[in-house]
Design a binder for this molecule. Sequence first.
Ligand SMILES: NC(=O)c1ccc[n+]([C@@H]2O[C@H](COP(=O)([O-])OP(=O)(O)OC[C@H]3O[C@@H](n4cnc5c(N)ncnc54)[C@H](OP(=O)(O)O)[C@@H]3O)[C@@H](O)[C@H]2O)c1
Length: 392
Amino acid sequence: MSMSKSKRIALLGSTGSIGTQALDVVSRLPERLKVVSMAAHRNVELLAEQVREYKPSLVSIGSEKDAAKLRELLGDVSGLKIVCGDEGLRLCATADDADTTVVAVAGTVGLAPTIAAIEAGKEIALASKEALVAAGGIVSRMVREKGVRLLPIDSEHSAIFQCLQGENRGSIRRLLLTASGGSFKNRPVDELENATVDEALAHPTWTMGRKITIDSATLMNKALEVIEAHWLFGVDISQIEVVIHPQSIVHSMVEFEDGSVIAQLGVPDMRVPIQYALLYPERVHTELPRLDITQQSALTFAKPDAERYPGLELAYMALASGGTMPAVLNAANEIAVWAFLDGKTGFLDIQRTVRRVMHMYSPVAEPELTGILEADKWARLTATRLVEDGIG
Ligand SMILES: NC(=O)c1ccc[n+]([C@@H]2O[C@H](COP(=O)([O-])OP(=O)(O)OC[C@H]3O[C@@H](n4cnc5c(N)ncnc54)[C@H](OP(=O)(O)O)[C@@H]3O)[C@@H](O)[C@H]2O)c1
């Protein structure tokens, strides 16, 4: 396999939790992986360091002002083009010399560049689940029409994807998505009302970006993953079940028609699914931490408690309503999570806001992209108004 040529990567969200771990994977496999473009939003200093180390030919930052700062920090780097804003993100996503576009920006901002990259015929390694939640129908159709590969980075979906290698999709009985249970899995439900931001950010097993850590505490992350799994694997929601597994060792499972259940296990380290997505179908040796199964005294599995995690039901409701409703769920959640992180609302207001916004909305069936973007915008405005009016 040493003959394989190196894969050229466009990395969107290079300064984030997934982005920096993707770069760590690249550093471990310099013969196999090369970064040709990278995009970030505000973290100019880190982006400048990354550009010096990984030497992409194209780099994008959120604003003109930060692009000027980046230019100043980097001085004259030969062969480097600096761009910015949404257009910069699109240019990075579709960079001529990229084979695979890694979409690892937080939130719906990942949707437009994902679509642009598919249109440009790039293979997609997707971490930004929000893109599939909001526009799963369109993204899956485009992936089919363009004949490009969409590889999941999310550990649960990577696990399912791995369990399905060589299997016939028609023989799937159920997908079992595991969830750690987040920061509040043991806290009495009646104490959740006063949960603080710092408590919610203290995730027991995974270190991740702020939004996804809050989404793990509410289980909204799993709700979004149920929708993501529906689109990635073409499985009906009635066949997707969430299982609380606090150790985060079994990353997900597939139950087949014959009663066999196949699981994928490993230490909770996102670099494993990132590497799998970048080098699929190859498995290459690297010195990442390994699972010592004899050190696991117990692996436990339980049904999620609907009272503790009301957000999960919202995902099933959103998929059942269909059309633009998942986009509304996702956008309202994004606003509600940031309002909580900014100290504007309480922890339980996240669910309340999302539920209220969904109740106020009638979905549009089989939307095109403009319909989805309109629904997304409406949900953001409505959720913002609810937050400002004091939803609690
Ligand atoms: N972290 C995990 O372990 C994990 C696991 C599974 C799935 N995911 C998914 O992966 C995605 C990224 O999560 P994360 O935890 O890595 O988030 P994060 O740490 O908050 O990083 C977000 C990245 O996106 C960039 N970004 C944000 N808005 C942007 C914009 N408008 N244009 C360009 N770049 C922008 C940020 O740039 P700046 O830093 O420069 O502002 C940063 O590089 C999310 O969809 C999440 O659900 C994450």
